[in-house]
Design a protein around this ligand. Sequence first.
Ligand code: SAM
Length: 278
Amino acid sequence: MKGKLYIVATPIGNLEDITLRAIKVLQEVDIIAAEDTRHSLKLLNHLKISKPLISYHRHNEEIKTDLLISKLKEGKNIALVSDAGTPVISDPGEEIVKEAIVNQIEVIPIPGACAAINALVASGLTAKEFCFFGFLPINKKLRKEKLEQIRNENKTTILYEAPHKLENTLKELELILSDRKVVLAKELTKIHEFFYRGNIKDIRNQIGEPKGEFIILIEGNPTKEEESKKELNELTIEEHYEFYEKQGYTKKEIIKKIAKDRNVSKNEIYMQFLKKKD
Ligand code: SAM
């Protein structure tokens, strides 16, 4: 019988953020594939788990995928972990997941910490719809294109950034964001956890020399929201309702949103909606 591939989330700072299920899986698998074996060893020692470790990182992903797939085919169960958080999310793992699926090997996610999601839920920015861009590309042309996309994006944008590149990235963002709200989530789950809030200028003034790990969150472009509002208002009331319903809003929220889009009272929408539904 083939083994199973577990994608195991580990803490992003606070070691208490490991789930009971993650511990159980790490105790029970035959092999742990780790982005940095020395780094993961610290966590495993803390959990008193001793297992054969295989390094699996960006630069050996291809060779190690073949090795790990052959082990899985031999019936070995493997847990994939990254240095922090959820593997695959701006971390290695995509290759082995794809190959496992091709080889009809079961892939089981073990949920846990993910920096982007935790930054988003405490940011105060809308989480109804959001765009995760991971790290901005280094290539100049691609980077410019991505920044342009962020400038036009009407959903909350989430970016990862390395601490030594943060200052430069914030400078670039200042050129495209005007007064949009920005949140910088620093050192999540650690002693110096902090959320900076304001427009990009305020944030740059507040942080000084950045120390620690950061996530950048940006409010959607309100102008683009106006444009999409205009498009929505050309829909019938039912189509407008369906648009928000598909996004998971409740009836009460939808009526409020339609009224706001169309600049009329909630009651008016409610009455129209009742009439049309009859
Ligand atoms: N896979 C990870 C996850 O699930 O979040 C992300 C790995 S990515 C290589 C590392 C980036 O995530 C950092 O540069 C930073 O932007 C963000 N990050 C990770 N841990 C963080 C933390 N404790 N606080 C703030 N940002 C963090």
